[in-house]
Design a protein around this ligand. Structure first.
Ligand SMILES: *Cc1c(COP(=O)(O)O)cnc(C)c1O
Length: 411
């Protein structure tokens, strides 16, 4: 046992050495993004009074307005809607789809089937796009990459929106770079300049020094309990993009004719500003953590996506563990290494909306926050686990050690 522990420890040290150049790249991105955040704060003249909350309608809520100015600047957008009233990332993304698309129009999903929860928005529950007569075409990926020809073929004059998912989500495909997104935008606009490009930006924020609107995306949206909340935003979501489209989304979030002019939050906006300030650092910590998991498990002979030192466009590391037993042991090790609920033993369960059983490890301060360390996996071939987050690199490192140690039992 002692001997095994020593071998895991040296494995971690070796992995860190192998990653030193890649880590330096991440440090550089963090530094540039920190500067971008500070520039945006200075431009918006962020002041102490903006931390305070308001009540009721929230007319003239300066904290809310300043938060939205800052997001718009950081995301190279004309306008932003940044609200604690978004219950989740799915809610923000659904607001983009339901706010912009009209009956008779078509949505084209350009990067394969979108994230599970968005499938219900497209054609599932009450009030889905299908209910309102909006059709959807899904263009599959080709060898895990966007198929530009097929995307162009799918677009016609009824196409009002093209959806792109930046992160790999729960699939073993590479995530999209900002350059990849720019190429899709160019292809879409050449076929139908009126089609709006919307990017599901979840998990991608601050992994690069540019965001999707900088390369022509018309809208992007995500969750504040992922990267841009810096681990301390308590809830919420954001939409950034072209002013006319963001206004449409605001009318969907509140009411037609009311839009983004209302919305109070008595608890105040400090955690959103402070979270945004921390976001470049926390995202960098999570990315380095993902790389370390990738390197350690690749060295142990497991297939990992992306490759440990590959450029990162999200905070997810997929590891093919090969058997359900390893999957369960891995998730239990992550849970035991979590700050909250470490005493709890994760079990596979029949989660609503998923075809296979799913096992999840999460012991976060903010419920469900996956910028904090978490691991989840559907119990199906190839028995891949998806690891994401970590507020500190030291936590990711400790957890990687525990997970690697747990794999020793299967030797
Ligand atoms: C997390 C995530 C979502 C949905 O966000 P929730 O906050 O869980 O509703 C959508 N798309 C991607 C790629 C995500 O990672």
């Amino acid at each position: 046992m002692e001997k095994e522990a020593t071998s895991v420890r040296s494995r971690i040290l070796q992995a860190e050495e192998a990653l030193s150049r890649a880590f330096a790249r991440i440090d550089d991105i963090e530094e540039q993004n920190t500067r971008r955040v500070l520039d945006a704060f200075r431009q918006a003249r962020l002041a102490a009074r903006h931390m305070s909350g308001t009540t009721g309608y929230g007319y003239g809520d300066e904290g809310r307005e300043t938060l939205e100015l800052v997001f718009a600047a950081l995301f190279s957008a004309q306008k932003a809607l940044v609200r604690p009233q978004f219950a989740s990332g799915t809610h923000a993304l659904a607001t983009c789809l339901l706010g912009v698309l009209r009956p008779g129009q078509t949505l084209v999903c350009a990067t394969g089937a979108p994230y599970d929860t968005l499938m219900d928005v497209i054609d599932g529950g009450e009030g889905s796009l299908a209910d309102f007569g909006v059709r959807c075409k899904i263009v599959p990926l080709k060898n895990g990459r966007p198929d530009l020809d097929a995307i162009c073929k799918a677009i016609d004059q009824t196409t009002a929106m093209v959806q792109i998912q930046r992160s790999c989500g729960y699939s073993m495909r590479p995530s999209l770079s900002i350059e990849d997104i720019g190429e899709i935008v160019k292809a879409v606009k050449s076929k139908n300049p009126d089609a709006a490009v919307m990017v599901d930006n979840c998990y991608g924020e601050f992994t690069d020094t540019r965001e999707p609107c900088a390369v022509g995306a018309d809208l992007c949206a995500g969750s504040l309990i992922k990267n841009p909340g810096g681990g301390i935003a308590p809830t919420g979501g954001y939409i950034c993009g072209r002013a006319d489209l963001v206004d449409k989304c605001a009318c969907r979030l509140t009411a037609p004719g009311v839009g983004g002019e209302v919305g109070s939050y008595e608890a105040g906006y400090r955690l959103f500003f402070e979270g945004l300030f921390l976001a470049p650092h926390v995202t960098a910590q999570a990315v380095k953590g993902a790389m370390l998991f990738g390197q350690v498990f690749a060295d142990m002979g497991f297939e990992v996506v992306p490759a440990p030192d590959a450029p990162r466009n999200d905070i997810i590391q997929a590891i093919k563990l090969g058997t359900p037993e390893r999957l369960i042991a891995f998730c239990r090790a992550i849970q035991a290494a979590s700050p909250v609920d470490a005493h709890v033993l994760p079990e596979p369960w029949d989660m609503p909306g998923y075809a296979d059983q799913v096992i999840m490890a999460a012991g976060a301060f903010v419920q469900g926050a996956s910028i904090e360390l978490s691991a989840d996996a559907p119990l199906r071939e190839p028995y891949a686990v998806y690891v994401q987050g970590a507020l500190t690199y030291a936590h990711a490192k400790y957890a990687a050690r525990c997970a690697a140690q747990a794999m020793e039992a299967f030797k």
